[in-house]
Design a protein around this ligand. Sequence first.
Ligand SMILES: Cc1cc2nc3c(=O)[nH]c(=O)nc-3n(C[C@H](O)[C@H](O)[C@H](O)COP(=O)(O)OP(=O)(O)OC[C@H]3O[C@@H](n4cnc5c(N)ncnc54)[C@H](O)[C@@H]3O)c2cc1C
Length: 429
Amino acid sequence: MQAEHETERHPALRAATELSAIIGADRLRTPEGREALAADLIVEPRNADELSKIVFKCEVDGITLAPLGGARTLAEIRRTHVTLGVSLARMSRIVDYEPEDMTVTAEAGITLGALNQALAANRQHLPLDPPDPSSVTIGALIGASKAGPLRLTEGGVRDLMIGVRFVGHGGRIVRGGGRVVKNVTGYDLMKVMSGSFGTLGVVIEATFKVRPMPERYTIAMLSCRDPATAFEAAARIHDALPLIHLEVASPGIAQNLGVARDRFGVIVGFCGNRAEIDYQSDKIRALAGDAEVEVVRLASALRLYQRLRDFTLPVPGISARIATLPASLHRSLQDCAAEFCAHAGCGVAELFMPGELAADEAAKLVARWREVAAVARGHLRLLSAPPAIRGGLDFFGAPGDGVLALSRRLKAAFDPVGIFNPGCFIGGI
Ligand SMILES: Cc1cc2nc3c(=O)[nH]c(=O)nc-3n(C[C@H](O)[C@H](O)[C@H](O)COP(=O)(O)OP(=O)(O)OC[C@H]3O[C@@H](n4cnc5c(N)ncnc54)[C@H](O)[C@@H]3O)c2cc1C
């Protein structure tokens, strides 16, 4: 009698009991680490059919559900806490890899690091580079539309994904695109699912175009006295050479990469055969103005790139991502007055404000950053904030009316009952 009463009161207990009967108790577990901030109970389906039954059951009973990779996003936003977290840890196979066609299909629970390790056997890779790829699942990569320095030449998830399968409304398994590059039929569900933050369904499988790994990867590191000199040098180099990536970093971050104290760094990645590397290195020196230039090659360049890619804010502090027109980025960063690492050719930068801030100071800071972004006709999202103040902060900011109306229509069509990650997207969607 007591147990019956408990399951009535706690949706998680009720869900656990009923899901055990449908898919077996061994697929359910208590949340671990960050997962506990996002969900009450974790389910680990082994295949699409099991997940389909889970989603169907959740929809019938109005149980909220969140697809989880490393669970960092929901742990940050905090206001979104769901009954059921879906981990795809048991759905992490490479389904199909065609090195000659340069395509790969993988289940969404595999990490980017593991996928790239397999592709490396053919000197190929999926050129997406969020921090610490060994902890980022393909599902989270798609859900958060994660990208890093390589976005300059390779674009983002939406540019490389050519097929997707997800479990959506009613537990249906939906397919978009295909496994071949020349595939033009149907709605472009790949773009819809990129950056949807798990609010439209659970991605179970995706197909990507892959690329050859760069030959003789090299970095030129410029050390500049002020941000104007750094951005001007970056623009000259970008106009003159085919680069792999191009970052401008403020002193607090540049120093971590080996740039002299109080100097702004320009980190230029490029590749080619020996003669091409020598030509490009000379050209960069000539275009660098009065900046000091150090050229770092091969294994040392790779280690430096990994430090650049994996840089995270020393806690405590606030980080955000600003996107503007590339030509406006320098001015916007000056107005934000924070540490930054800018993808200079793309108009995207991460902002970092280290240190303890009171809740009202943090809210004012974020409002000021958002104003700067709005003036440049761009936008700003918070990425992380200290636990004590993050609950009071608006992570996404107010979207334009057109964007919000369209996003609401998509949500209503894909998730009419509202079970997928409610409140985890713009406008509280
Ligand atoms: C409000 C906010 C906005 C952000 N915007 C960006 C951004 O635009 N670009 C960027 O690079 N980083 C962004 N980030 C940072 C990004 O969320 C972090 O990189 C975070 O570290 C990802 O965490 P994770 O790997 O633990 O994945 P998780 O937090 O577990 O997953 C990331 C997102 O993808 C969803 N997801 C996970 N698996 C699946 C799946 N199988 N199917 C469908 N959805 C799935 C999750 O529900 C979550 O919403 C943002 C963070 C926050 C808090």
